[in-house]
Design a binder for this molecule. Structure first.
Ligand SMILES: [Fe+2]
Length: 198
């Protein structure tokens, strides 16, 4: 499958909401940076990049009124949002070339301690690529302004990741991100226009 086509698809998804413009692309760059620093092979990094670009594709099935809500969502609305990994996995299942991406997208909201969703699996039961995307996704979400809160600076977001190390996030993945952050950010800045990066 053509990588540019996947990029276009993910930008179309991000463009639905001004708050998420460039989000999937940044998650892809941070995730690739983590993987490179973990010694993941280039072939697997390519697969990881596709999963990162498409991780939230299931949000296409979440109504605008919930997705674009300016205040905090209710429990009922959150239950709808929580369906997006499953919707995304079902969309990708239909494409043979995306077979490897399905479990990664399905599990991208699991937590290392087992308190995530949709399955509540924990530790290394969670696919490595999902554990990498979880750190990249949370860092980008925290450093982006959302309708209900202002962006954190990178120091504050890194501190949050450090505090959630071993609970929400894989400790090894977190450590790589924290220790190698300046190198990872340099690479992200090389690959993206600065106005789209924190
Ligand atoms: Fe997500």
């Amino acid at each position: 499958m053509n990588f540019e086509m996947v990029m276009a698809l993910s930008s179309a998804l991000d463009a639905r909401d001004k708050y998420t413009a460039g989000h999937s692309r940044r998650v892809m760059e941070y995730a690739a940076g983590i993987a490179r620093n973990m010694g993941v092979s280039e072939k697997d990094i390519k697969r990881l990049k596709m999963s990162a670009l498409l991780h939230d594709i299931g949000k296409i099935g979440v109504p605008d009124i919930i997705l674009h809500k300016e205040s905090r969502v209710s429990d009922k609305e959150f239950a709808v949002i929580k369906k997006h990994p499953e919707i995304g996995a079902n969309i990708l299942k239909a494409v043979r070339d995306f077979k490897d991406l399905v479990p990664v997208v399905y599990h991208h909201h699991e937590r290392f301690d087992g308190l995530g969703y949709p399955h509540g699996i924990y530790g290394e039961q969670i696919p490595l690529h999902s554990r990498i995307i979880a750190v990249a996704d949370s860092f980008d979400a925290m450093t982006s302004t959302r309708p209900y809160r202002k962006a954190l600076n990178s120091e504050a977001a890194l501190l949050e990741i450090e505090m959630s190390r071993g609970r929400q996030f894989d400790p090894t993945v977190s450590d790589i991100f924290l220790i190698r952050f300046s190198n990872i950010l340099d690479d992200v800045l090389k690959n993206m226009e600065p106005e789209y990066v924190i």
